[in-house]
Design a binder for this molecule. Sequence first.
Ligand SMILES: NC(=O)c1ccc[n+]([C@@H]2O[C@H](COP(=O)([O-])OP(=O)(O)OC[C@H]3O[C@@H](n4cnc5c(N)ncnc54)[C@H](OP(=O)(O)O)[C@@H]3O)[C@@H](O)[C@H]2O)c1
Length: 256
Amino acid sequence: MDLGLAGKRALVLGASRGLGKAIAQSLASEGATVFAAARSVEKIEAWSAGLASVHPVKLDLSDLSTVDAVADRLLAEGGVDIIINNSGGPPPGTAQGAERGAWILHFEAMAANLFHLTARLLPPMQDRKWGRVISITSSGVEQPIPNLALSNGVRSAVVGWSKTLANEVAADGITVNVVLPGRIHTERVDELDAAAAKRTQTDVAEVAVKSRATIPAGRYGKPEEFADVVTFLASDRAGYVTGSRIRIDGGAIKAI
Ligand SMILES: NC(=O)c1ccc[n+]([C@@H]2O[C@H](COP(=O)([O-])OP(=O)(O)OC[C@H]3O[C@@H](n4cnc5c(N)ncnc54)[C@H](OP(=O)(O)O)[C@@H]3O)[C@@H](O)[C@H]2O)c1
């Protein structure tokens, strides 16, 4: 299947490792020109060495001036066709324990600045009558995860924004979707398992076994499996999929 991605320009956020890196690599392998952004630009330079179609970009989503600088640069070059909104996850904690300042801090880096950047990059897509906006959230937006109040709350705002935007720009040939990772085996998941093992004073392998047992597929997803679905959504072939939530979770979310 030709995905029609050759020659498209994509901005992938949170691309120094994990899901963002896998998506950036997948889009590049389909012939897209990829602007891969994160704070640790040196990590992007390392994994993209030798890939002429990947351009590392330094960007801190908690610093609006760097967000605007990236928008200015991309708009000066004609903008992008595809935006992958992705960011780091907030720290764990209860709803009762989350302080006002933490809500504001994480809303800015995981939501407000992504909304702002997307809004700035939309006009060239509207002119060309083609665009893709895909936001990475979490299974927690459908089935809130205990002790992840900030993540459940802020990411739900991304879902509401995404659906609202989808309706506004559908007639311009722009699709807007959110993708829900369940448990995809990135460095972050290893770090979370290691933290859980420390907290409960158990072996990390035991934590991972218990975690996998909660997933009907019986295993964590691979970053490439996740990136394949996102790449399809970003493609020309997915032009009639918009305003949707797409789960990539091995069946982990309990409800249909
Ligand atoms: N993996 C899963 O199973 C899973 C499940 C549910 C939700 N999620 C969420 O999906 C997202 C990606 O997951 P992941 O496993 O790939 O996480 P990850 O390994 O922690 O990667 C996060 C990426 O975001 C970047 N980032 C963090 N803070 C940033 C900032 N202020 N400005 C710009 N970039 C920033 C990081 O790069 P720098 O540090 O270099 O900036 C990194 O490239 C995360 O939000 C995660 O919580 C993942």
